[in-house]
Ligand binder design. Structure first.
Ligand code: 13P
Ligand code: SF4
Length: 305
């Protein structure tokens, strides 16, 4: 079968088997083409809540599929590749955060959505990269413990100097691998280009950015901008998707290191296998985890909407 034949079979099978396909923007173009919804972590969480289908197939990483299960426990939730995890989501466990909470009892615990369902059960509110500043600014308590991404946390702290934000040493190994010299070099090499950066990058990289935002934020900015050249400071796939969307503009990756191996695990054939009942990893969470973790995801949707 060629790519188009597989895509057509997926489209038929998902209709036949009442499956909604959600795909994060970091996955391959041929998967985005057949998904019901694509977008950043926030957009996918919101869509997951309203999808009418009985089964949701997440093409992304495990914490995203867990978020769908937490919001729709009655649905069957599949992750296209069971091996696709997010290293940042697994950096901090419940015991560590419980100990930090004992040290800082009067702090509101804000968890980046890139955390496990188990960790979310002891946090107060979730945020995504596109909603973090808005949500933290709306929290009454000035004392915030922001986990696990210290780079996103530092960006939020910069935007909200009135808050007392405590950070721990965690983050995305992919975005954090880019250094300041690469940002300076890229701007030198492409003097007419705007630098668009994800806030998971280090503060010394973010400092050079013309725009800072989530995956969707970066895509929308580039699509609407009158500028014709952009250096893309997030996962490599975004430069590729933008090149399809805007063939008359030019997109340069900020660094060759910006490849999330976990997002690359899901292939079109994995999606095909999942919709025909021959693949995909079913997400199972116990009722207690769902109830407790849901509080902070609901709070995110309420405050971030
Ligand atoms: P967003 O989808 O919020 O841009 O986050 C990027 C990311 O790294 C997802 O894991
Ligand atoms: Fe996790 Fe970073 Fe990959 Fe996003 S890009 S899934 S934060 S490792």
């Amino acid at each position: 079968m060629n790519i188009q034949e597989i895509q057509n079979r997926i489209l038929d099978l998902k209709k036949q088997n009442d499956i909604c396909i959600l795909a994060h923007s970091y996955v391959a173009h041929e998967i985005l083409e057949i998904a019901d919804f694509t977008g950043d972590s926030y957009a996918l969480s919101v869509k997951a809540k309203s999808a009418p289908q009985k089964t949701v197939l997440m093409v992304g990483v495990r914490f995203m599929a867990e978020t769908v299960k937490i919001l729709s426990p009655e649905k069957r939730v599949l992750l296209a590749s069971g091996e696709a995890g997010c290293p940042m989501a697994e950096q901090m466990d419940k015991e560590l955060i419980k100990a930090v909470k004992r040290e800082y009892p009067d702090y509101t615990v804000v968890a980046y959505i890139n955390t496990t369902a188990a960790l979310k059960t002891i946090c107060d509110v979730c945020v995504t990269s596109s909603s973090a500043v808005k949500i933290v600014s709306s929290i009454e308590n000035p004392n915030i413990l922001f986990i696990p991404d210290c780079n996103l946390g530092a960006y939020v702290r910069d935007q909200l100097p009135e808050k007392n934000i405590k950070l721990l040493q965690g983050g995305c190994p992919i975005h954090a691998s880019v250094n300041e010299e690469e940002a300076i070099e890229a701007k030198k090499k492409h003097p007419g280009a705007l630098l668009l950066v994800h806030p998971e990058c280090k503060p010394e990289v973010v400092r050079h950015a013309d725009y800072v935002g989530s995956t969707s934020g970066i895509m929308q900015f580039a699509e609407k901008s009158d500028c014709r050249e952009f250096i893309i400071g997030t996962e490599l796939s975004i430069a590729e998707h933008l090149q399809y969307a805007c063939p008359d503009k030019r997109f340069y990756p900020l660094s060759k290191k910006l490849i999330c191996q976990n997002m690359k695990l899901s292939t079109l054939v994995d999606v095909y296998d999942a919709v025909r009942g021959a693949g995909g990893a079913e997400i199972e969470l116990d009722a207690d985890t769902i109830t407790k973790a849901r509080r902070c995801i609901d709070a995110m949707i309420e405050l971030g909407g």
